[in-house]
Write a protein that binds this ligand. Structure first.
Ligand code: FAD
Length: 407
């Protein structure tokens, strides 16, 4: 019998799900609160959409039940995703570090292909339609929108998280899932910039460098990443910061104090740096320390380091061995206390969400409410930076769509 299936949310997971369900003999309605579908996809990867990664693997995902992703990633691997989009007409290419993008390097084409395929298969897409509530009575779902009620045999909640509210995210799906009896793990921002009141950051505002960032959680677990670091007036940004932010944010969320340690010159060891500075102190003895050190580090960083170490000597020669040691140590172990993250408004993704123990990992169907499905970021799964979050959204949407289509 022909069923009516309502998909709430026209993002990555909702679009792929709708497309698959529509291949079956069903009436498929996709409700999207924004004026267009796929706003987050359009903004992803700086407008290029880092759609997946060559190395998609369960170890790249986090949450209270990360093993939940195993089945989905097996059923919808990187190759499957590439094949899926190729069948729609869109090619995907990899860059050196394994990240993968649409060949056109344009995020909007991902949305264009998905939307076209949905419409072609008869999906009714209703934009500017925010779902306010979903309830179930006598086996039927009642989907309440601002303009009235709709009935459905099955509902997919593909509403995402609260990350990037500027793109329309408001977490209403979490409220709806809770109303249907699901447990939520408190969300916290990940892939996000870090805030610090340390004057060092403001003094170095605008400086970008290649650094190693280390973070040690209270339980002694140490995380280390290397990459771009950007000092800003609010604290720290850059790809390396986004990469380590999940662990810092989780610690702050647990109520721990947090600090990151920055190695400003990762290609030289502490001992080698010390030796080099000691030698330089004689070789360039006449130079003012700020000029001497700007031979190896950005001027703003040098000025902030001299302030932090209390160095006010007028020439390199005047620096004591102890001060040289302190300086070398600071360059290799600059500690910055983190006060907070930039929160949902700065985040690409939110950790937390609907408890995965209450969802069938093979179909994304709720174990509490029959014919209710939950896909993508609404679930308590978040991935590393590098295409893993979109991959999760597509893989989970694929499983739900396949189940609803039948087969
Ligand atoms: C700036 C930015 C860049 C990113 N870049 C990347 C990247 O390059 N690679 C990567 O892997 N990940 C990236 N991400 C993360 C990735 O975009 C998300 O994890 C992914 O889009 C989640 O998919 P989803 O389908 O679960 O939710 P979304 O894509 O957020 O879609 C949810 C949809 O539901 C709609 N909606 C919500 N509530 C309702 C309601 N009540 N009624 C009707 N509609 C509703 C929303 O408007 C939205 O369109 C980025 C995120 C941001 C913010």
């Amino acid at each position: 019998m022909k069923k009516r299936i309502i998909i709430v949310g026209g993002g990555a997971s909702g679009l792929i799900c709708a497309l698959l369900v529509a291949e079956g003999d069903h009436e498929v309605i996709l409700l999207e609160k924004n004026s267009r579908v796929g706003r987050k996809i359009r903004a992803s990867g700086n407008g290029r959409c880092n759609i997946t990664n060559r190395r998609v693997d369960p170890s790249c995902y986090f949450g209270h039940h990360p093993a939940f992703v195993h089945y989905a990633l097996k059923q919808f691997s990187t190759d499957d995703l590439v094949r899926f989009f190729r069948k729609l007409g869109m090619e995907i290419v990899a860059v050196e570090d394994g990240r993968m993008f649409p060949m056109a390097m344009q995020a909007l084409v991902v949305v264009a292909f998905l939307e076209y395929a949905c419409r072609e298969r008869g999906v009714r897409i209703e934009t500017e339609t925010a779902v306010e509530d979903v309830t179930k009575e006598c086996g039927k779902f009642i989907v309440a929108t601002g303009s009235g009620k709709m009935y459905a045999d099955a509902v997919v909640l593909a509403t995402g998280s609260t990350a990037a509210p500027a793109l329309g995210a408001d977490g209403s799906g979490w409220r709806i899932a809770k109303g249907l009896g699901h447990r939520l793990h408190d969300p916290f921002a990940v892939l996000v910039q870090l805030q610090s009141g340390d004057p060092f950051c403001r003094a170095c505002k605008g400086v970008k460098l290649d650094a190693v960032i280390t973070f040690e959680a209270r339980d002694g677990t140490t995380y280390r990443v290397r990459g771009d670091l950007l000092f800003t007036d609010y604290g720290l940004s850059g790809l390396a910061i986004l990469d380590i932010s999940r662990f810092v944010s989780a610690a702050l969320h647990r109520g721990e104090t947090a600090a990151v340690t920055i190695d400003l010159l990762p290609d030289i060891s502490y001992d080698a740096l010390k030796k080099r500075l000691q030698k330089g102190r004689h070789q360039f003895g006449d130079l003012p320390p700020e000029l001497w050190l700007s031979g190896i580090l950005h001027q703003k960083v040098v000025a902030a380091l001299l302030r932090k170490t209390g160095i006010s000597e007028r020439s390199a020669r005047e620096l004591s061995t102890k001060k040289i040691q302190t300086l070398a140590y600071m360059i290799k172990h600059l500690k910055i206390k983190i006060d907070a993250t930039r929160g949902a408004k700065g985040a690409e993704v939110m950790a937390g969400g609907v408890d995965c123990h209450e969802v069938d990992p093979k179909t994304m169907e709720s174990k509490l409410v029959k014919n209710l499905f939950l896909t993508g970021e609404i679930l308590d799964i978040d991935g590393k930076r590098g295409g893993y979050n979109l991959h999760w959204a597509f893989a989970s949407g694929y499983l739900a769509g396949r189940k609803l289509r039948g087969g």
